[in-house]
Each structure stands twice: as C-alpha cells, then as structure tokens.
Write a protein that binds this ligand. Structure first.
Ligand code: SF4
Ligand code: SF4
Length: 372
C-alpha cells in the first residue's frame, strides 16, 4: 500500500485531470435541496466531488444498479410484414471512478455483486459497470450515532472493497493506494506520494473514529438458529406494528437489490426497463392469480429482516446482508431501528438454543423420552 497526500487546493485540478481518462462520480449538493442534502451522481466537466460532505440520504448504489435502467428497445412494425426487432442499449466506454464513497458502502457493492454475478446468472448490465469501476473511498470521520458498520465486519476506514482510501485532514486528503486499479487512477489524477507520517496519521484517525462508535447489535446466535423458529409469527406482528410499508428503508439501503421489469410502449416503439422495487409493498409479491402470500403487512416486514439476517447469511456464508450504514434507521418515518430487530431476533435464537441445551443436559432429552 502506497501513501498519498493531496493538498485540498490541488484536489479539484486532480479531478479535472482524472476526467480526461475516467468518467467521475461523487458526492455533490443535491440541485433540488443543496442546503440539506448531498447525493452521488456522475459529474459533469468542471464539477468536483465534495469531500467535505457528511452523509447522503441515498447510498451510491444507483451508480452500479440504477434506479431505472433501459435493458433494450424494441419496435413492432405495422402491417405485420416485417418481424419485430430488438435494439441493445449501448454502454458508455470510459471506466467510472466513484470518488468519495464510504468504505462500508463499497462493501455493500460487493454484496450486490453476489446477487448479480452468481454461478447461475451473470447480469451483463451490472457486470460491465462493476468490472470497470474504480472505488476511491473517503474514510468516515463524521459518523452518525446510527452507524454500526464495525459490528457488521466493515467500518469507517475499511479498505477491503476499495482501490484507494482517502481521509480528510484540515488542509489535505491523505490516504493509501490499495490495488493496481487504484494505482492507475492515482497516476491519471496526478496524486502526490505521501510519507510515513501520513500512514501513521491515517492509523491514528482510524483508531480514533472506531473508538467513538457505540457497540453494535449482537447477531451471533442467528447463524445456528432454526429458520422456522425465527420465522414464527408471534413476535413479527408486534415488531411490525408501526411499519407503514413505505419502502424508505429499502430504497435508501445500499444492499437491497429488489427490482421489477416493465415494458413501456408508445405507438410501435417500446422500451424494457429494470426499476428498483421494494419487498415492503403488497404488489411486490402479488401473483398474477390475485393470490398474495404476503398480504399482511407484518409478513412483508418479516421478509425484509429474514432476508438480511438469516436467508442471505445461510445462502452465502458471508455475514448478514447489512453494512451498518444506519440509513434505514435515519429514514424510517416511524422510528423502526434495525438494531432493535436484530437484538430481538438474536435473543429469540439464543433463548431457543439455551432451551435445547437445557433439555439435553437436564435429562429431558425428547429423543430419550420418546425411546423409553
Ligand atoms: S422505512 Fe420504516 S415504515 Fe417504511 S417500510 Fe421501512 S420499516 Fe416500514
Ligand atoms: S439494512 Fe439499514 S443499516 Fe443495514 S445496510 Fe441497509 S440501510 Fe444500512
């Protein structure tokens, strides 16, 4: 890992230089509400990622998995003499560098990849972007109270999903180049080499940021828990009581990947779109027959948390489907906190494990009873 040091006044020119080779995306004030919000988007010539931002309401997920994406276009000629034809959507050629992404949001990109690049299915739209993308992270030194990313195995300075990590100091961005892709980007941007002092400062900042974080929820009992025990209905109706199924949690979550596919046709021209969807709404699981296996609100609520905390870990063996960014907590209009749900599920799982252990060690093993 090579240290880098960019004086703040040199950052804008460095980005302009990088844009000669890369398309650049980053956090910028929202045009519609610049005072309150930043969002991630592709930047135009002359724009610079605003690395002084604190948080974004929406994650950068849309850069990899757009909210609305054209899959292809089609035309149905009139008169029935010619066959209908399809036209593939072309990709932009230049690789995209996402500059200023939080390290835990970059980890979320890896979770999305598990879904879109699997043994059974390789999504060409997602993969083209994913393989070309350069991730230039910005350490989170302005952590919100709702952030529990270290408990989820990542954190404000995690380098595992990044090509470059930057951290802001008073007058500079110091950091480290992690991968070959990062090295190419640093060269294209003309980033200056840093010193051993920068490396030490980065380590100090990491320790300081992590020490300020509150302990996260414990989900250690979930892996061995019985899925049907956790799925049982008694506690879900209570946990979901105030949920209005608005979907804010899923749309703002960097790891939620549900989508819908729709055709839009005007005259003889059509377009097939892939659009973000949310398992929190009843239409999501409605069958064409009219039957809906998740008609009740609590069943949709349960599905979201069971997917993140049990089905995903069981399927992929890579921890829970959550990077602890805290956005779902900040954006929920009724104050539902995923840390509370994790705590309740874990307590239920731990209680069931304890009861099973007691049954065995206490001489009341059901199998023994049944055999006698
Ligand atoms: S944001 Fe809150 S109210 Fe809305 S669907 Fe999610 S948990 Fe329910
Ligand atoms: S579930 Fe909530 S805390 Fe976890 S990654 Fe999604 S938005 Fe962030």
């Amino acid at each position: 890992m090579k240290p880098i040091h960019i004086k703040k006044e040199a950052f804008g020119p460095a980005m302009a230089k990088a844009m000669e080779t890369y398309a650049v995306a980053g956090p910028v004030p929202d045009r519609e509400d610049a005072k309150r919000r930043h969002l991630f988007r592709c930047l135009e010539k002359g724009e610079t990622p605003d690395l002084e931002y604190t948080a974004t309401q929406l994650s950068p997920k849309a850069l990899l998995f757009p909210q609305a994406e054209t899959m292809f276009r089609f035309k149905v000629p009139s008169g029935g003499k010619k066959a209908p034809f399809l036209e593939a959507e072309s990709f932009k050629e230049r690789p995209l560098a996402v500059v200023g992404i939080r390290p835990y949001d970059a980890r979320a990109f890896d979770m999305l990849t598990l879904n879109f690049d699997s043994k059974d299915y390789k999504d060409p739209f997602f993969l083209k972007r994913c393989h070309q993308m350069v991730r230039v992270g910005l350490a989170d030194t302005t952590l919100k109270d709702t952030n529990f990313s270290t408990a989820c195995g990542t954190g404000p300075f995690d380098t595992t999903a990044l090509d470059i990590l930057l951290a802001k100091t008073e007058d500079a961005y110091i950091g480290t180049v992690i991968t070959a892709k990062g090295k190419s980007f640093a060269a294209a941007a003309g980033f200056e080499a840093g010193s051993a002092e920068d490396t030490k400062a980065l380590a100090r900042m990491k320790q300081e940021a992590e020490s300020r974080m509150r302990p996260g929820p414990d989900f250690s009992a979930l892996a061995d828990a019985d899925t049907l025990d956790l799925h049982g209905e008694d506690h879900w109706a209570r946990l979901a009581f105030s949920c209005i199924n608005c979907g804010s949690c899923t749309f703002s979550c960097p790891t939620c990947w549900c989508f819908d596919i729709q055709d839009e046709v005007t005259g003889n021209d059509g377009v097939r779109l892939r659009l973000w969807d949310t398992c929190m709404t009843d239409l999501y699981s409605a069958h064409a027959s009219g039957h809906n296996p998740r008609q009740e609100r609590f069943k949709r609520f349960r599905n979201r948390f069971m997917h993140k905390l049990k089905y995903f870990p069981d399927k992929y063996g890579q921890g829970i489907m959550c990077v602890g960014c805290g956005r779902c907590i900040d954006n929920c209009p009724v104050g539902i906190d995923i840390r509370t749900i994790i705590g309740e599920m874990n307590a239920k799982a731990a209680g069931a494990a304890k009861a099973a252990g007691t049954a065995k060690t206490g001489g009341t093993d059901k199998a023994t009873e049944a055999a006698s």
